[in-house]
Design a protein around this ligand. Structure first.
Ligand code: P6P
Length: 328
């Protein structure tokens, strides 16, 4: 394993973006500005997540979000931070967020649309388990300067021009793709900078880790039950953190599959297409992995019909997803 020496001190993320400008749509630097805005907001959220136990921002605010989750104070804080950072950048026309029922108009002159889950898995904060931010970037279809149209908002995942996540874990990482591979940056809080720690991330083609909430298995389709039995016959390892970004990230590094299948409670699956699955599907494919609905339907090909629609989600090592699909 070559030692991953972090880049020299200085805004390594900025330098990486500048050096890879050709990988960003339109060399005008708008997309790279969006990534800088997201990185900046993540530094503020990281600080708030890390001190959540110390000040009264724990617990629920007594309202629920579109996922039906008890809105955590940090959910709301994170949504404000990312919305503000993206609004200030001026490049974003509209924002789709788990925390908002409708999309948020930011700037008609903006050329991009962002879908974001500002803090996924936030119910884990109280028990100090890793959580994440998930984001997708789309170019708007309608001309800049006009009001946002539905065609700008309900775009297939294959239309993403960038996507990624921030994992607030034992260390905080920013992992993203602009369609030219996947790169991981580790945050150094004492310097307030992200450093390129995982260049050109590749998801192992195969693996022996499966991530699924087996507590719900009585309501799984037979095909999922049969696949899980196959994993157990092969003595695979069950790892389920209950925080999508953390489970996804571990599988990206070590190989594995994450499954959120249809259940009695969520017949279409629990996870949201626009701001959870599409981004991770783009990252997975760019790292050599696969993301489907478990029946051969490519996540990135799904034409959305609603901002908060759900989809079954099978994502991870290519051969593991393909094998799981054979049981369907
Ligand atoms: P369950 C968190 O609420 C989340 O959206 C994902 O981060 C996580 O993988 C999943 O839901 C956990 O859901 O039903 O297993 O508790």
């Amino acid at each position: 394993e070559t030692s991953r020496i972090a880049q020299p001190i200085g805004s390594a993320l900025d330098r990486f973006i500048k050096n890879n400008q050709n990988q960003f749509q339109y060399a005008s630097g708008e997309l790279s500005q969006i990534l800088r805005d997201i990185a900046l907001a993540s530094k503020v959220v990281n600080r708030e997540v890390n001190k959540a136990g110390l000040i009264d921002i724990m617990g629920a605010v007594g309202s629920t979000n579109m996922a039906g989750d008890q809105q955590q104070k940090l959910d709301v804080l994170a949504n404000i931070r990312f919305t503000r950072a993206l609004a200030k950048g001026g490049e974003v026309a509209a924002l789709i967020s788990e925390e908002s029922e409708t999309y948020v108009d930011l700037n008609n002159d903006g050329k991009y649309v962002i879908a974001i889950d500002p803090l996924d898995g936030s119910s884990n904060i109280d028990v100090n388990v890793s959580i994440g931010t998930i984001f997708s970037v789309y170019r708007r279809k309608s001309p800049a300067g006009l009001p946002i149209q539905e065609e700008d908002i309900l775009q297939k995942g294959s239309e993403q021009v960038a996507a990624g996540y921030i994992l607030y874990g034992s260390s905080t990482m920013l992992v993203y793709t602009t369609g030219y591979g996947v790169n991981g940056f580790t945050y150094e809080p004492s310097l307030g900078e992200y450093f390129l720690s995982h260049p050109d991330m590749q998801m192992p083609d195969n693996g022996k880790i499966y991530s699924i909430n087996e507590g719900l298995s009585n309501s799984f389709d037979t095909s999922v039950k049969e696949y899980l039995n196959d994993c157990k016959e092969k003595a695979f390892t069950a790892r389920y953190i209950g925080s999508l970004v953390a489970d996804f990230h571990r599988n990206l590094l070590k190989g594995g599959i994450y499954i959120y299948p249809p259940t009695a409670k969520d017949p279409k699956g629990k996870l949201r297409l626009m701001y959870e699955c599409n981004a991770l599907a783009f990252v997975a494919e760019q790292a050599g992995g696969k993301a489907s609905d478990g029946r051969g339907g490519r996540i990135l090909d799904i034409q959305p019909t609603g901002l908060h629609q759900r989809t079954p989600f099978f994502v991870g090592s290519k051969h593991m997803v393909e094998h799981a699909e054979r049981f369907a």
